[in-house]
Design a protein around this ligand. Sequence first.
Ligand code: ZN
Length: 59
Amino acid sequence: MEIDFNGNVLSGKFKPSIERFMHIEIYKNRRNVNAVVHTHPIYSSALAIARESLPVLTE
Ligand SMILES: [Zn+2]
């Protein structure tokens, strides 16, 4: 899928995520960022729902 900076779909058959605007803002504000990997892993989502922090284990 390809979208423009206004969130409009340019190509592809799937509907973009409602979080596309967050991604667009990252690209607009961080010119050194060329890709964003955004996932919702079950364990980190569970910690977020429980309002628990995720400890940093490696740098
Ligand atoms: Zn998300």
